[in-house]
Every structure is written in C-alpha cells, then in structure tokens.
Design a binder for this molecule. Structure first.
Ligand code: FES
Length: 120
C-alpha cells in the first residue's frame, strides 16, 4: 500500500517531498500536487522515479502496482510501464507523464517548475 504525502507549496524549482526511506524498496509513495497525484517509486537498488499515478490504459493507480526493475506493473490489467520514460512496454501503447526527481543526502526533491510547465 502506497503512503501519501502532501505536496508542499514552494516557489523554488526543487522542493523536498520527504526522505527516500519513506518510500519502501520496490514500492511507492504518493505526493498530492496541484496537477494531480504523483507516484514516487523506489527500485530495489534505490533509484527513485516520479510519474503520474495514472495508468495510460484505463487510469489504474500505478502506485498500487508491482515494481520490477525500473518498471511498474499496473494492478488492473498488468500493463508494464517504464518508470524512466513513462511508456508502456511490449505491444501496449501509451505513456504516462514523468517528473524530474532527485535524491540528495537521503531527501527526495521534485521539480515544481517542471510540473507547472506541464499545465493542462
Ligand atoms: S488500467 Fe493499467 S493496465 Fe489497464
């Protein structure tokens, strides 16, 4: 089960959204943003990715999926989504929005400016 964090409003380009240890390995954490929920995923080797929590197939909650390598398997119909590009893998077609994320000294930062640029 993904944990949920509130998106702190900040004018700086990068904003802190918690610690890497708050994201379980091979799991996720949701950040509520002005543009919708972003799912932070942590891989087995501690890489962190941020993508919208919406499957490109039928809007399944990707944060509830299974992390395998640098992909997540959607819990609804098992599409495999790349965490780095957001693209559906194999024969499936579709793409979920990705977000810039970085980890510094164990803290996870999202680029709010990046999210704002992707306005609807
Ligand atoms: S909603 Fe994700 S595979 Fe169908």
């Amino acid at each position: 089960m993904a944990t949920v964090a509130r998106f702190p409003m900040d004018r700086a380009g990068w904003i802190e959204v918690g610690t890497i240890n708050a994201i379980p390995r091979r799991g996720s954490r949701i950040v509520r943003t002005p543009r919708g929920d972003v799912a932070l995923f942590r891989t087995e080797d501690d890489r962190v990715f941020a993508i919208d929590d919406t499957c490109p197939h039928r809007q399944g909650p990707l944060s509830q999926g299974i992390v395998a390598g640098d992909t997540v398997i959607c819990p609804l119909h098992s599409w495999t989504i790349s965490l780095s590009t957001g693209e559906a893998q194999g024969a499936d077609k579709g793409c979920v929005r990705t977000h810039a994320v970085q980890v510094l000294d164990g803290l996870v930062f999202l680029s709010f400016a990046h999210i704002a640029r992707q306005a609807v």
